[in-house]
Ligand binder design. Structure first.
Ligand SMILES: Nc1nc2c(c(=O)[nH]1)N[C@H]1C(S)=C(S)[C@@H](COP(=O)(O)OP(=O)(O)OC[C@H]3O[C@@H](n4cnc5c(=O)[nH]c(N)nc54)[C@H](O)[C@@H]3O)O[C@H]1N2
Ligand SMILES: Nc1nc2c(c(=O)[nH]1)N[C@H]1C(S)=C(S)[C@@H](COP(=O)(O)OP(=O)(O)OC[C@H]3O[C@@H](n4cnc5c(=O)[nH]c(N)nc54)[C@H](O)[C@@H]3O)O[C@H]1N2
Ligand code: SF4
Ligand SMILES: [Mo]
Length: 696
């Protein structure tokens, strides 16, 4: 008898849009070249040997029977999903010839629009040769606003950078606030750290209109009214100043505008006013302030829930002021965290080559794809759309208009994906993409402090090609310079990895050989313990001279949602319910919807509503309902309970349209209105009505 062949373990990185950026280990059977097992990297301090429920069965996605294995050309109507296989040579030649034709037309290359987001977060496959290609071509630029830009701007105003701490120090936190963060679901490895802190005596508080899994597992759930977080934070600051709980020394030494902020909150944001805006009892505001002001160190995990509203940037800007007022930045385990991604000094200019962009090139906000496809934005009409790392037919707001735009006969659409997504159904040409097991990449993280390399574990399935490979082929077909596109993936990564700043002393070869490496950041790091904020003043800018110079209010204030029952009573008369559409735990945005076990776990589209709201509409638990507003409607199953506050409904996303009963998802109701700053999406700023309907 022969001995079984030894298997081979390959270290990789979960590429999905998730702050945890797990390290994983793939076991490959050398006899077949197939991956046979995957597990969380036990040597990765943050991953700690476990993967989330979505990725634990990742091989079901990698070897899914629906994987695209050859390029395809559409033979049916747009949206119908009928295609025939073609060769890569034919596909590349057709794309290049259409791009050349459009570039030479009266509209010029800006009539070509790339459309991508974070299907993979690897530095190379997320944004490198693709950007070089479209910059060299002179295509329209895409402003990637769909997720994080509002909060980015909000943090920058106050702190000069993203709110950041070392998440490992959260074990030392004694008061933990999940503020608009469903941490247990969307950041499960940080949740594990929070639980360790809780065991050591920390209190976990969650501020969320929905009793999310995180809220349900917390010591205290504060059901704030959607879009009113800035008001809540200002009310808390009112109580802190009123009761002398502020850290006056921290304010005096390290902050700009402590006195101005105090005057602002003392005059406009007393607890009674804030209680009316937030629909919280005065006592809740008082208690939160008291506890935050007296329990040290306090840590705020601020996340995306509060950003997806008309005043989202201001909400983040305002919450970011709190750790300065309480002095919590002083200690490890205190402060606030939005994202750690800015700590990585990758050379993005080398990867993306913005110097190639022709001067005056227009920028299209990706949240406004509906407007872009209907010719409603300045500049030439969009005549070609190249989609990769994204599924806009499912994830974009104002879906009906996105779909009617994608249906345009005069639009040439290319979709590069692993699967036949809703968007791919509208493509003229579909290209098969590799999974993370089939290509090389290098990763930062937005939720921890490790840099990681993803090594290729298996050969591409069928004729699948990675993003970088496809752009090399397209560049050659377009006649673009080899020096821009000829470099290998590993060489690109090496050149984008400067041995300085937080990468100092790591060494690219050491990283390649030894897997996750911690950034060059001290243990027990407390970045703003002695001020040193990267703002122009070097201080935490509670009062912002930059905002003032730009003609805006320099102090934090409350900006109501666009669709707010308190300030838009006419709209609310017709559509009285504020609807939130956070992701289903089993899905990652629209990724994984086609994985049977995960879709089965997700069940079907639901809408959670409060018993009082249900009774008023004679809706009973489990009944089929229609959720609608002026933009569209979709069907769901009513789940009636006290998981939401009255006046709020929650419908989880993001289903593939082709997997719903009526061929649309929640985004048929969401709007393309943008946040106050940062041009962000406002998915949770959405008034609707829910009606019980009998469907055949
Ligand atoms: N399982 C899973 N994990 C994910 C994702 C996923 O799709 N599935 N997506 C990933 C991505 S792309 C992102 S950006 C992150 C997002 O991570 P999170 O920010 O944690 O995600 P959300 O669920 O969008 O929002 C968090 C919570 O905010 C609440 N919320 C909504 N409006 C408000 C408000 O006005 N105020 C307050 N205080 N809370 C509000 C929602 O009810 C929700 O429970 O998660 C990542 N992780
Ligand atoms: N209603 C509502 N809408 C939302 C949200 C919400 O909470 N509610 N969340 C918003 C947020 S936070 C975000 S970040 C966006 C996310 O929007 P998207 O970034 O579009 O995210 P996904 O839906 O995960 O789609 C990613 C696609 O990329 C593909 N992909 C993965 N790897 C590769 C690769 O290497 N190459 C290529 N070519 N393709 C690849 C995947 O198969 C998948 O189809 O959605 C937003 N939309
Ligand atoms: S989705 Fe997030 S938690 Fe799950 S394996 Fe990937 S990085 Fe880890
Ligand atoms: Mo996101």
């Amino acid at each position: 008898m022969t001995q079984p062949l030894p298997t081979l373990d390959v270290r990789g990185v979960c590429p999905h849009d998730c702050p945890d950026t797990c390290g994983w280990v793939v076991t490959v059977d050398p006899a077949t070249g197939k991956a046979v097992r995957m597990r969380g990297d036990a040597d990765h301090p943050f991953t700690d040997g476990f993967l989330c429920q979505k990725v634990a069965n990742y091989l079901e996605r990698v070897y899914h029977p629906g994987r695209l294995t050859t390029p395809l050309r559409r033979v049916g109507r747009k949206g119908e999903g009928k295609f025939e296989p073609i060769s890569w040579g034919e596909a590349v030649a057709e794309i290049a010839s259409r791009f050349k034709q459009i570039a030479a037309s009266e509209h010029g290359p800006q009539a070509i629009l790339p459309y991508s987001y974070a299907g993979t977060m690897g530095k190379l496959q997320y944004g490198s040769l693709d950007r070089r290609f479209f910059h060299r071509l002179g295509a329209s630029l895409l402003d990637r606003t769909i997720c994080a830009t509002a909060g980015g701007v909000g943090c920058d105003i106050t702190l000069g950078t993203r709110a950041v701490i070392d998440p490992a120090t959260v074990t030392q936190s004694r008061y933990i606030v999940n503020w608009g963060s469903n941490t247990k679901v969307t950041n499960v490895h940080l949740w594990a750290v929070m639980l360790r802190a809780q065991k050591a005596g920390a209190k976990i508080v969650t501020i969320d209109p929905h009793r999310s899994r995180t809220a349900a597992a917390s010591d205290w759930w504060i059901p704030v009214r959607p879009g009113t977080d800035a008001a809540l934070a200002l009310g808390v600051m009112h109580v802190l100043f009123r009761d002398g709980l502020q850290d006056q020394d921290y304010l005096d030494r390290y902050c700009l505008g402590g006195e101005e902020l105090k005057r602002r909150v003392m005059s406009g944001y007393d607890p009674a006013t804030v209680a009316r805006i937030t629909a919280l009892p005065v006592e809740t505001i008082e208690q939160l302030a008291r506890e935050l002001g007296t329990t040290k160190p306090a840590f705020i995990r601020l996340n995306y829930g509060m950003q997806r509203h008309g005043g989202g940037a201001m909400a983040v800007r305002t919450v970011c002021c709190l750790p300065a007022v309480t002095g919590d930045w002083r200690q490890p385990g205190g402060g606030a965290m939005l994202s750690t991604s800015k700590l990585y000094p990758f050379d993005d200019a080398f990867l993306m080559r913005p110097d190639l962009i022709p001067p005056g090139t227009r920028t299209v906000n990706m949240t406004q794809l509906a407007e872009a496809l209907h010719g409603e934005l300045p500049g030439p009409p969009v005549q070609a759309l190249y989609v990769y790392n994204s599924n806009p037919a499912a994830v974009c707001p104002d879906q009906s208009r996105v779909l009617s735009g994608l249906e345009r006969d005069d639009l040439f659409t290319v979709v590069h994906d692993l699967f036949q997504t809703d968007t791919a159904d509208y493509a003229d040409i579909v290209l098969p993409a590799t999974s993370q097991l089939e290509h090389f990449d290098i990763h930062n993280s937005y939720g921890h402090l490790y840099v990681q390399v993803n090594k290729t574990a298996i050969a591409p399935l069928g004729e699948a090609k990675s993003n970088t490979k496809v752009f090399r082929l397209l560049a050659t077909a377009m006649g673009f310079e080899d020096e821009l596109f000829g470099m290998s993936d590993e060489e690109l990564a090496r050149r984008a990895f400067p041995e300085q700043g937080h990468f100092a002393g790591i060494g690219f070869d050491h990283l390649l050989a030894n897997g996750p490496v911690r950034l060059n950041v001290p243990e027990n790091w407390a970045p703003f313990a002695a001020g040193k904020f990267p703002t122009p003043s070097g201080k935490c800018e509670l009062f912002s001279p930059r905002e003032e110079a730009d003609g805006r209010d320099p102090l934090p204030h409350y900006i109501p949602p666009h669709e707010d029952p308190q300030t838009k009573p006419d709209l609310a008369a017709e559509f009285p319910l504020q609807m939130l559409t956070p992701p289903t735990p089993s899905f990652l945005n629209s990724t994984f919807v086609n994985v049977d076990t995960l879709r089965t776990r997700a069940g079907e589209p639901v809408v959670e509503m409060h018993p009082a709201d249900a009774a008023r509409r004679s809706i009973i638990d489990g009944q089929r309902v229609r959720v609608r507003n002026g933009r569209g409607s979709f069907r769901a199953k009513a789940v009636v309970g006290d998981t939401v506050r009255p006046g709020v409904v929650v419908s989880y996303g993001i289903w593939w349209n082709k997997h719903t009963a009526d061929g649309v998802n929640v985004n048929t109701t969401t709007s393309t209105a943008l946040t106050d700053q940062g041009g962000g999406a406002t998915f949770y700023d959405n008034l609707v009505e829910v009606e019980g309907v009998e469907f055949a």
